[in-house]
Every structure is written in structure tokens, then in C-alpha cells.
Design a protein around this ligand. Structure first.
Ligand code: CP3
Length: 346
């Protein structure tokens, strides 16, 4: 048996915009509560953080969707907020999602953050990657990830998911130097986290900037983009990078110039138009509406084929959703989504 090198895995080739026999496919949040086998492990572990911090359990849930759906990539089971915990912030997950009970508000809080040394404080991620790679088929890619500085700052300062980002925006405008110090620390942490995961065998890396699109273009250019650009500059060449930014149609052309090899689009952006707008500078990932998977399998297949028809013949597409799989999703609909991509093999 010959062994496939990282360079030959479909997703890596798509990110290089090579013509391929079919479009590779994976899903954001492909491991999660919509899968009964995930809920069973979570029950046994006693909670989300217990799963993430236990490499055997993290590897097991990483592999669940790969076994069930034969997606083209595994994404390591962890969270973008784990580095904040490693830097000294308290972090819990409850039914509503992440909560940081002691958010940063003073300059001393930012100064007290510990630099991130992934081999020490995130060693459980490295071990999960090793266990997953051992079980993965040769042709399946392994994806690592981090949060972009602005999105991490939103959680560190807001203390959880809020709609308005009033605390973050207040800090940003009124105490800009503290905000910038925080962004510097988070950019260092994000780059270190990506380097660690690439060293531990990841074929591709995703930088999640979920909240960047909440900024208008002028503020994004001033308060978010420089640090995302820095993370991408500091990780150039280690593995292809995909930049995800939700609700960022207004930033698409700028995002294409940030330095990532790929851009992940949410469902609000027209994919075929996005190929025109970005002019072949980057590969594009996306972008079926996650809520479309709440329709039946036939409707999912119809919509997936329609999406693929729209961009047929364009190199550089990785099929995915526009955001994570919703917990109400029927696994049969995920199967229909993956099958639609695979049955188009030429
Ligand atoms: O399968 C995968 O996608 C890999 C693992 C992964 C998780 N979170 C697991 C998770 C990844 C890549 C993330 C990224 C992440 N985490 C982002 C960026 C992407 C995005 O969704 O915009 C953000 C903003 C977070 C922070 C976070 N973690 C939130 C807002 C929530 C609550 C929302 C929710 O879906 O419950 C989490 C919890 C979380 N992270 C779960 C999972 C599987 C649910 C945990 C559970 O209750 O079992």
C-alpha cells in the first residue's frame, strides 16, 4: 500500500485550487449534540470540558462523524476558547454555551494573562491529534483551528456570547491601548496554537473569526484586521489556512487579501458571485444554510446539488455549511449532504 502524503488529500488540493475529480466535503460542528453517539460520550464524561480535556474521548468524538458520514476531514474536538483557559481565565460551559465568569476589564487583567505554551497547557490537544491521525484513513485530512484575536477578545471581555459587544466596543474606543495589548497577546496565542497543531500533524488550519462581521468596514480595518493578518503572516507556509468570518459579505474583498489560502463563507453570501468577487485569489469554503439541513434528506440533496451546479467547474471549492450544524439536525440530512457531493465524482 502506498501512503498518501498530506499534499495529496483532497481538501489540501482544493485549497491549492487544483482541478479535482469531485468537491471535498466536511461540516463545521460535525461532532456535536445532533449525534446520539456524541450525547452518549458527553453523558459518560460529565460535560463538554471533560471531553475536550480527555484525549481518548476527544479523539473518539472527533472520529464519530468521519465513521458515520465518511467526510473528507476530521476536525479536532476542542474549542476556540481553550487557549483563554490556558492563559489563566476561568471558563465553564453550560446549556447556553461558554461563560467566562471573570471577564477582563482592567489593564492589569490583560497584563496578568499568561503567554500560551501549547505543549504545556494544551498538550491534550496534541495527544488527541496523535490518536485521531492513527485511526484516520490515509485520504482523510486532519484539521486544526484557533479563534481570531477579535473573536477571542469578544469572549474575554464580554464573558460569554452577547449580542451587542458593548463592553468590548467600549474598551476598544475608550482604552484603545489596553484593547491593543489584549489583541497582541491573543494574536501571539493564536499563532502559537496553530503552530502546535501543524507540528502535530494537521493538514489544514481554520481561523474562526465568528464576530468580525459585526464591525463595519472602517472599524474592522482598524480594530480587527491587523491582528488577524498578523496571525496569518506568522503561520504562512506551515499548512493551508482557511479564514472563517460570519456575516461578512461587506468584507469579502478585503478578507480575500488577508493571507489565508481559503475563505469560509456563510450562507448569506452568493457563492458563485464570491468566486467572481475574489478573482481566484483564494479557495472558497461553504456555504449551505445550516437550517437547510432541517428539511428532509431529499430537499437537502436538491439544495446541495443546486449549490454545486452553481459553481461547477470552478477549482478551489470545499463544500461545507455556512456555519455549524444545528443540534436539532437529523443525521440522515447530514448523510444526504455528504452523499450529494460524493455522487458527483467524475
Ligand atoms: O466539530 C467541530 O466543529 C470541532 C469542534 C469545535 C467546537 N467549537 C466544539 C463545540 C469548534 C471548531 C468550535 C469553534 C467555536 N467555538 C467557535 C467558532 C465557530 C463558530 O461556531 O462560530 C466559537 C464561537 C466557539 C465558542 C462556543 N463553544 C460557543 C458559542 C458554544 C455554544 C454554542 C453551541 O453550539 O453549543 C460552544 C460550545 C461547543 N463547542 C459545543 C461543541 C460541540 C457544544 C457543546 C455541548 O454542549 O456539547
Amino acid at each position: 500500500m502506498t501512503t498518501l502524503g498530506t499534499d495529496e488529500r483532497l481538501i489540501v488540493r482544493a485549497l491549492r485550487r487544483e482541478p479535482l475529480p469531485r468537491t471535498p466535503v466536511w461540516l463545521m460542528r460535525q461532532a456535536g449534540r445532533y449525534l446520539p453517539e456524541y450525547r452518549a460520550v458527553r453523558e459518560r464524561a460529565g460535560g463538554f470540558l471533560q471531553m475536550v480535556r480527555n484525549p481518548e474521548l476527544a479523539a473518539e468524538v472527533t472520529l464519530q462523524p468521519v465513521r458515520r458520514f465518511e467526510v473528507d476531514a476530521a476536525i479536532v474536538f476542542s474549542d476556540i476558547l481553550m487557549p483563554l483557559q490556558a492563559m489563566g481565565m476561568a471558563l465553564v460551559f453550560d446549556e447556553r454555551g461558554p461563560v467566562l465568569p471573570a471577564p477582563l476589564c482592567e489593564r492589569e487583567h490583560v497584563e496578568a494573562l499568561k503567554p500560551l505554551v501549547p505543549a504545556e497547557s494544551l498538550a491534550y490537544v496534541g495527544e488527541a491529534l496523535r490518536l485521531v491521525r492513527r485511526e484516520l484513513a490515509d485520504e482523510t485530512a486532519l484539521i486544526g483551528f484557533c479563534g481570531a484575536p477579535f473573536t477571542l477578545a469578544a469572549y474575554a471581555v464580554e464573558g460569554g456570547t452577547t449580542g451587542s459587544f458593548a463592553r468590548l466596543r467600549g474598551l476598544m474606543y475608550r482604552d484603545t491601548s489596553t484593547f491593543e495589548l489584549l489583541m497582541d497577546r491573543l494574536a501571539d496565542a493564536a499563532a502559537a496554537h496553530l503552530h502546535y497543531q501543524a507540528e502535530r500533524g494537521c493538514d489544514a488550519l481554520v481561523v474562526f473569526d465568528t464576530w468580525a462581521g459585526s464591525l463595519g468596514r472602517e472599524d474592522w480595518l482598524c480594530y480587527a484586521a491587523p491582528w488577524t493578518r498578523r496571525v496569518l503572516a506568522e503561520t504562512a507556509g506551515i499548512a493551508p489556512r482557511v479564514l472563517f468570518a460570519g456575516q461578512s459579505d461587506h468584507l469579502l474583498e478585503d478578507m480575500a487579501g488577508m493571507g489565508a489560502e481559503g475563505l469560509a463563507l456563510d450562507h448569506r453570501t452568493d457563492l458563485a458571485a464570491a468566486f467572481e468577487r475574489t478573482g481566484g485569489k483564494v479557495a472558497l469554503q461553504g456555504n449551505l444554510d445550516p437550517a437547510a439541513l432541517l428539511a428532509g434528506p431529499e430537499e437537502v440533496a436538491r439544495r446541495t446539488h443546486a449549490l454545486l451546479d452553481d459553481v461547477e467547474g470552478r477549482p478551489g471549492h470545499v463544500l461545507n455549511l455556512g456555519h455549524g450544524v444545528l443540534k436539532e439536525t437529523d443525521p440522515e440530512c447530514v448523510a444526504a449532504f455528504v452523499a450529494a457531493a460524493k455522487e458527483r465524482e467524475r
